[in-house]
Design a protein around this ligand. Structure first.
Ligand SMILES: *Cc1c(COP(=O)(O)O)cnc(C)c1O
Length: 234
């Protein structure tokens, strides 16, 4: 009876049950935690199949790979989230094609996204990525530089600053995972205390979503637990 979920439908249901169980365990409302399905290294058909199951938000890390899938799924009711590193010369596609960016970590990129965003689309929903594990990660703003960047982003008309994102160094036991997410949660509360109206903590993946939920995650970003191993190029 205890076999691994075999189909995407079974894995999707099992993942949602895992999120809901973690929410209840830590006195959270399960409805306050969104699942972002991460599809880097997965074919566009995986997105199509997950959409049929009711999954609507999908996260991509690489622009070229994302664009192939966005084209293949043109017209589908999908909410695209950009979660990877973004160079300043690639902002135009993100401004045009995505609803969210989770990986903002430089003012220059934020300014370009804001300028390039078509007002008819409404503001691009944005999270600032914070480097909570020091030298172990190259992406994300240093915690000391976060308040200034957050103030700059919050003032941009084409962006709606929603919160913070982090990708702590993988591995570790539950308590050490939790400690990394607690750093982000603390920074989030500090910004809210300064008057920024943030409501989103994007943290937790296949390996550590329970620890993230314990520390207040409102979006968990899950790839392999839902879709299985990645291919080199989706
Ligand atoms: C790949 C990725 C994920 C998903 O990781 P899994 O281990 O596949 O669940 C989440 N967030 C970011 C930023 C990623 O690059």
């Amino acid at each position: 009876m205890n076999r691994e979920p075999a189909t995407l439908a079974e894995r999707h249901a099992a993942l949602r049950a895992r999120i809901d169980a973690a929410a209840r365990r830590f006195d959270r409302d399960p409805a306050s935690i969104r699942l972002l399905a991460v599809t880097k290294g997965q074919p566009w058909t995986a997105i199509r199949d997950a959409r049929v199951l009711g999954q609507r938000a999908f996260g991509e890390n690489y622009l070229q790979e994302a664009q192939r899938k966005i084209q293949a799924l043109a017209g589908a009711d999908v909410e695209w989230h950009f979660i990877g590193p973004l160079q300043a010369n690639k902002t135009r596609q993100v401004a045009a094609q995505f609803a969210w960016i989770h990986s903002l970590d430089r003012e220059r990129v934020a300014r370009r996204l804001s300028e390039q965003r078509d007002p008819a689309l409404g503001p691009l929903q944005a999270c600032i990525e914070v480097n909570v594990s020091g030298e172990a990660s190259k992406s994300g703003v240093a915690p000391a530089d976060l308040p200034a960047l957050a103030a700059q982003v919050a003032a941009l008309p084409g962006l709606a600053l929603r919160g913070l994102m982090a990708m702590p160094a993988p591995g570790g036991d539950f308590q050490s995972q939790r400690a990394g997410f607690a750093v982000l949660a603390r920074l989030f509360e500090d910004l809210r205390a300064r008057g920024l109206g943030l409501d989103t903590l994007s943290m937790g993946t296949s390996q550590d979503l329970e620890a993230a939920i314990a520390e207040g995650a409102t979006i968990v970003r899950v790839g392999t637990a839902l879709f299985g191993p990645r291919r080199a190029d989706g």
